[in-house]
Design a protein around this ligand. Structure first.
Ligand SMILES: Nc1ncnc2c1ncn2[C@@H]1O[C@H](COP(=O)(O)OP(=O)(O)O)[C@@H](O)[C@H]1O
Ligand SMILES: [Mg+2]
Length: 363
């Protein structure tokens, strides 16, 4: 086992490197943008189970921090050898038997009075157990549509969604959604809202109460509000209750659709911090949709950038920054800038296409 600089994590060591033949060698020297780790990740995606990648690297943090943390997250054995200021990074890909979530060639077409709208076009995603994945993209690129399909609230026009090896055909207790507006029941108190799903499952009242108290504590809602009605709460408190109500069901996957978008900046930052803590403690698989790039970088292990018209995956970023992350961390700033540039390019392309279309119509 080799130790990372922050001492708390240990990665499995790839043994007998001298005797192993790498299946692919890449040179990431000089790579800055995208981060060398993205190039390593993209190459590993193309490898088969048990195959080995050798990356030649001149960026010490990539070799000593980012690659080891990445391997730890994925369960890949690793060996790093330093030679005169250059690092040879050996990584073995190990395919997990079953990812937590698999989106396979999913398309969604809505039929409206104005004709067909292709909200999603051939989306493929694989999300591992315990991953925190953020999806960013301009408004209307199909983020909510995808989340609804994963939740089983709607069906894909084409393709399949699999949760832990089971085909998704409708809503299930393994997947719970937190919406932008809490969608809480106004006629129930905070405690009754959190207990609601458990009651439907016929959980005994004393266990319900204990679980609800646990999760209200986890999301940091002061006890004095437990018997308040929803209209008596601030926006931030409502979202805390919505998160507690989702977590109390102990779903394997938490789906969050712009849950902090309607909150003021200060409350949003507090809840972002707390969600990081909740994720660290509970190690849920989280799919988090947002149009706020900084929020995605702050929270995600991976940020998936969507393009619109039709909704497609445009790019994917591995965000390897130690947690808890702060907004003013230079790496958060840099990653936010790269992804924002990527999105701007996408928006410019869209407006160019829209203008070109208009010109054709006017002629
Ligand atoms: N129920 C629906 N009927 C018709 N069109 C829809 C429906 N839901 C979404 N759309 C369209 O699909 C596209 C993607 O929408 P949505 O998933 O809400 O985007 P986002 O969440 O990224 O803002 C948009 O063009 C939207 O108008
Ligand atoms: Mg949306």
């Amino acid at each position: 086992m080799s130790k990372l600089a922050d001492e708390s994590v240990q990665v499995e060591e790839l043994k007998n490197v001298d005797e192993l033949k790498p299946n692919k060698i890449i040179d990431v020297r000089g790579a800055i943008c995208p981060h060398p780790l993205n190039l390593i990740r993209d190459t590993i995606v193309s490898l088969k189970d048990k195959e080995i990648l050798q990356a030649i690297c001149d960026h010490e943090p990539t070799a000593k921090e980012n690659a080891p943390r990445f391997c730890l997250r994925r369960g890949y054995p690793l060996k790093v050898i330093e030679q005169n200021g250059i690092w040879q990074v050996f990584i073995q890909k190990i395919e997990k038997t079953e990812p937590r979530l698999r989106v396979l060639s999913v398309s969604k077409v809505f039929r409206t009075n104005q004709g067909k709208v292709t909200a999603l076009d051939n989306i493929n995603l694989t999300i591992q157990e315990g991953e925190f994945v953020c999806i960013v993209g301009p408004s209307g690129c199909g983020k909510s549509t995808l989340l609804n399909l994963i939740a089983g609230l709607d069906k894909p026009t084409q393709g399949e969604i699999w949760s832990n090896g089971n085909r998704v055909t409708g809503p299930g207790s393994d997947r719970v959604v937190v919406f932008q507006e809490g969608a809480l029941f106004p006629w129930l108190t905070v405690m009754q809202n959190v207990e609601f799903g458990l009651k439907l499952r016929d959980v005994a009242s004393n266990i319900r109460r204990t679980l609800a108290l646990d999760y209200l504590k986890l999301v940091g809602l002061d006890e004095k509000f437990h018997n308040s009605f929803i209209h008596q709460l601030s926006g931030g408190m409502k979202q805390r209750v919505a998160i507690a109500r989702a977590l109390v069901m102990e779903p394997a996957i938490l789906l969050m659709d712009e849950p902090f978008a309607a909150l003021d900046v200060y409350t949003r930052e507090t809840l972002q911090e707390e969600l990081q803590n909740i994720w660290t403690e509970s190690h849920k698989t989280i799919v988090f949709v947002t149009h706020n790039v900084q929020e995605a970088v702050l929270l995600g292990d991976r940020v998936i950038v969507f393009a619109s018209n039709p909704g497609q995956v445009k790019a994917e970023y591995e965000i390897d920054i130690a947690r808890p992350r702060k907004i003013d961390h230079p790496e958060v700033f840099l990653n936010t800038k790269w992804i924002t540039d990527d999105l701007k390019e996408e928006l410019e392309e869209q407006s160019y296409k829209a203008n070109a279309k208009k010109e054709v119509v006017y002629r």
